[in-house]
Design a protein around this ligand. Structure first.
Ligand code: PLP
Length: 435
C-alpha cells in the first residue's frame, strides 16, 4: 500500500522487530553478524543472497533509515553514511575516477565547494562550475568524460531554486545523471518527480532536526538507465576488479534497478568506511518521525520572519524564495510544495560590522554553523561557513560581506520576532554609540 509522507515517516521500512516485537526501531549496536553456515557466508559475500555481514557495510537499524528515506523520496534504495559530506563525495566517486569530470552548479554549500574545488581535484576528478540560471551551460561544460551533473535544490545563501527539470532533461539523453542535494528542502521538493537520478542528503539538518547527529544519505531513483550508456558510465558497465570482476548493471539485475546504490555500498562504503553509527541512524529515524510537522512550522515561521524583516528600515535586502519575483519565483513555485522552507537571508543596510553586532546580540537564536535544527539559528557566512573560499568564489556562491543567514526554528513566532527585534535594535544602538 502506498502511504502519504506523514504516514511513511512513521511506518515505511519497518513493522515491529522480528526478534522481539519491539514497535520502536531497535538500536542494533553490533559490529558483526553470525553466519548460519559457510554456504550462507559465501552467498552473502557473492551477493547471491542479501543479508548482514558487518556494520561498516550494513546494519538493521540503518537499514530502516535507508528504506524510510528511499520511500519518502519515491526511490528504490538508499545508502546511509557518516555525514552529508560523505554522501556528496560517494555520490560522485561512485561514477567518476581520476581523469573524469563532473559539472556542478556554483550555488553550493561551502563544504561541498571545498570538496569539489580541492579534494576531488586532488583525486584527479575535475569539477566544472557553471551558473545554474543557464541550464544549457551544463551541456556546454560537458565532454566525453563527464560522468554526472550536480546541484542543490534550495541552495543557500542565494535561496534560488535550481531548475531540476530543465537540467535533468538535458542530461538523460546524454547518459548524464543529475545528482541533487535536497538537504534544505525535504518533503517540500521531490527531485525524482522532476527527473533527478540521485538525491543526496545531509541528515544532520532537517531530517534529524534535533541537532544531535551527523549523518548523510544517498538515494537511488532506480530510473536512470546506466546500461544504455556504457561508454558514458564505465564504472557501472565494465568489470570491477574490486568485486571479482562484477559488471554492476548485470550483477544486480535479479535484485532490481539498484546498480548505482549497491556499488556505492559494496565498494566505496566497504573501502572508505564512512559508516553511520547505528545509534545515529536511530536518532535520525526519531527525528524523521516528526519531519512533516516540523517542516510545516519551519516554513510558516520563516514566511512571517521574511515578511517582518522586509518592513524593517535597518534591512536593505531580504533573500527568501517567497519574496522572489520572475523566473526564480516560478521555479520555487513549481518545485516546492507546501512552503518555501525555513531559511531566510538578509543584509543589514549598515554593512558587515552591523551584521556582526546583530549576531552577537541574539539571545534566543543560536550562533552556529548549522541549519535545519528545531531551534532558530543564525550565522555570518562570509566569516565562517564560506570563509575558506576566495572572495571571488564567495561572490559566485552569493555570499556578500553583510549577509546574515537565519535558519528559522519551530519556536513560537512571537519569541522569534522579539529576539530579532532586540538584536536589530542593539546593532543600531552600538553604531550610534560609536559615531
Ligand atoms: N549539503 C548541504 C546543503 C549542507 O548544508 C551541508 C552542511 O551544512 C552538507 C551538505 C554537509 O553535511 P554534513 O555537515 O552532514 O557533512
Amino acid at each position: 500500500m502506498s502511504h502519504k509522507p506523514e504516514t511513511q515517516v512513521l511506518h515505511a521500512g519497518y513493522r515491529a522487530d522480528p526478534a522481539t516485537g519491539a514497535v520502536a526501531v531497535p538500536i542494533y549496536q553490533t559490529t558483526s553478524y553470525q553466519f548460519r553456515d559457510t554456504d550462507h557466508a559465501s552467498a552473502l559475500f557473492s551477493l547471491s543472497e542479501l543479508g548482514n555481514i558487518y556494520t561498516r557495510i550494513m546494519n538493521p537499524t540503518t537499514d530502516v533509515l535507508e528504506k524510510r528515506v528511499a520511500a519518502l523520496e519515491g526511490g528504490v534504495a538508499a545508502l546511509a553514511v557518516a555525514s552529508g559530506q560523505a554522501a556528496s563525495a560517494f555520490a560522485i566517486q561512485n561514477l567518476a575516477k581520476a581523469g573524469d569530470n563532473i559539472v556542478s552548479s556554483t550555488d553550493l554549500y561551502g563544504g561541498t565547494w571545498n570538496l569539489f574545488a580541492n579534494t576531488l581535484k586532488d583525486q584527479g576528478i575535475e569539477v566544472r562550475f557553471v551558473d545554474p540560471k543557464d541550464p544549457q551551460a551544463f551541456v556546454r561544460a560537458s565532454d566525453a568524460r563527464t560522468r554526472a551533473w550536480y546541484a542543490e535544490t534550495l541552495p543557500n545563501p542565494k535561496l534560488e531554486v535550481f531548475p531540476i527539470r530543465e537540467v535533468a532533461d538535458l542530461g538523460r539523453p546524454l547518459g548524464i545523471p543529475l545528482i541533487v542535494d535536497n538537504t534544505a528542502a525535504p518533503l517540500l521538493a521531490r527531485p525524482f518527480d522532476h527527473g533527478a537520478a540521485v538525491i543526496v542528503y545531509s541528515s544532520t539538518k532537517y531530517l534529524g532536526g534535533h541537532g544531535t547527529s551527523i549523518g548523510g544519505l544517498i538515494v537511488d531513483s532506480g530510473t536512470f538507465d546506466w546500461a544504455a550508456h556504457p561508454a558514458r558510465q564505465p564504472a557501472l558497465n565494465t568489470p570491477d576488479p574490486s568485486y571479482h570482476g562484477a559488471v554492476w548493471v548485470e550483477a544486480v539485475k535479479p535484485i532490481g534497478p539498484v546498480a548505482y546504490i549497491i556499488k556505492a555500498r559494496t565498494t566505496l562504503l566497504r573501502d572508505l568506511g564512512a559508516a553511520i553509527s547505528p545509534f545515529n541512524a536511530f536518532l535520525t529515524l526519531q527525528g524523521i518521525e516528526t519531519l512533516p510537522l516540523r517542516i510545516e512550522r519551519h516554513s510558516s515561521n520563516a514566511a512571517k520572519v521574511a515578511e517582518w524583516l522586509s518592513k524593517r528600515p535597518e534591512v536593505s535586502k531580504v533573500i527568501y524564495p517567497g519574496l522572489q519575483t520572475g523566473p526564480a519565483r516560478e521555479r520555487a513555485d513549481t518545485t516546492l510544495r507546501g512552503g518555501y522552507g525555513g531559511l531566510v537571508g538578509f543584509e543589514l543596510a549598515a554593512g558587515r560590522d552591523a551584521g556582526r553586532r546583530f549576531i552577537d546580540a541574539l539571545q534566543l537564536f543560536y550562533h552556529v554553523a548549522n541549519i535545519g535544527d528545531a531551534r532558530s539559528l543564525a550565522i555570518h557566512p562570509a566569516s565562517t561557513t564560506h570563509s575558506q573560499l576566495t572572495p571571488a568564489d564567495q561572490a559566485r556562491t552569493g555570499v556578500t560581506e553583510g549577509y546574515v543567514r537565519l535558519s528559522i526554528g519551530i519556536e513560537h513566532i512571537d519569541d522569534i520576532l522579539a529576539d530579532l527585534d532586540q538584536a536589530l535594535a542593539a546593532a543600531g544602538q552600538a553604531r550610534v554609540a560609536a559615531e
